[in-house]
Design a protein around this ligand. Structure first.
Ligand SMILES: Nc1ncnc2c1ncn2[C@@H]1O[C@H](COP(=O)(O)OP(=O)(O)OP(=O)(O)O)[C@@H](O)[C@H]1O
Length: 253
């Protein structure tokens, strides 16, 4: 059993680091998308994963959820590789691309299929629709008629369907209006406060600054700063200042 894993008498698995990225490298031909990246995310934490376009955020997340095999290193969630988890959809909620839902299905159909695949009770569908604020009429509409913000809400609903303990979200606030961004911030904070773990990539630095307990900044596939938000912002006027100074330094190398 890995050192970070223990089993409670009730059979629950307790993992010190819910997400563990260890010396992860992923190359695509001559391009090193992710270069020896290591970080962990603990239970009850929101980790903001930041970096400029092409920095390697999505590739790291894809490796974590078993969509891309690492060239070397390891990415585990709940103490195991994602593909080795029993019924992973009920343990790890994933939203990597909100626009990837089938445009011809309604929101409710999308959720019904996801519930069927995960062996979930239909009552979860109404629960998550309410949680993400999609009305019954919106749930009956086809995804092709959805705004980007509605697609994000549906993507989050799919991720939350199995009531997972870990969420992996790639730019979930993309396309949300200010009210939607505030809603997302509250939702993620509430989930983390009940002990869930959230890995969240975003370009909205101000939002991340407000919600993330820890930050991982990557540039050119490498970690350029990581730690608690408080620690990293100490002596900086804002996350933007920190981000620009660190990512500029990487670009000049
Ligand atoms: N399937 C692929 N084949 C070839 N190169 C790829 C592939 N996926 C990603 N890359 C390259 O790997 C690098 C990292 O890309 P990645 O999408 O992980 O960055 P990102 O930080 O998520 O960027 P963004 O903020 O723009 O979404 C980029 O140079 C990208 O072109």
């Amino acid at each position: 059993m890995p050192a970070d894993l223990a089993v409670r008498p009730g059979g629950y698995r307790i993992v010190a680091a819910m997400i563990n990225i260890s010396h992860l490298t992923r190359r695509y031909g001559p391009v090193t998308a992710v270069d020896d990246v290591s970080f962990t995310v603990e239970p009850g934490q929101v980790c903001g994963f930041l970096g400029p376009n092409g920095a390697g955020k999505s590739t790291t997340m894809r490796c974590l959820v078993g969509l891309t095999p690492p060239t070397s290193g390891r990415a585990t969630v709940l103490g195991a590789e994602y593909r080795r988890l029993p019924n992973p959809g009920r343990q790890v909620g994933i939203m990597l691309d909100a626009t990837a839902q089938h445009p011809g299905r309604t929101g409710r159909e999308t959720l019904r299929i996801a519930a069927l695949v995960q062996g979930l009770d239909r009552s979860r569908i109404d629960a998550v629709l309410e949680q993400v604020g999609l009305t019954p009429a919106e749930a009956r509409a086809r995804v092709r008629t959805y705004s980007l913000g509605m697609q994000q809400r549906l993507g989050i609903a799919v991720a939350l369907l199995g009531d997972p303990r870990v969420l992996v979200l790639d730019e979930p606030t993309n396309g949300l209006d200010p009210e939607g961004i505030a809603w997302m911030r509250d939702l993620l904070r509430r989930l983390a406060d009940r002990g869930d773990t959230v890995l969240l990539s975003s370009h909205l630095l101000h939002e991340v600054e407000q919600i993330a307990d820890t930050l991982v900044l990557i540039g050119g596939g490498r970690v350029i700063a990581s730690g608690s938000t408080e620690e990293l912002l100490d002596g900086q006027s804002s996350l933007e200042e920190l981000y620009l100074s660190r990512t500029d330094a990487v670009a000049r190398r």
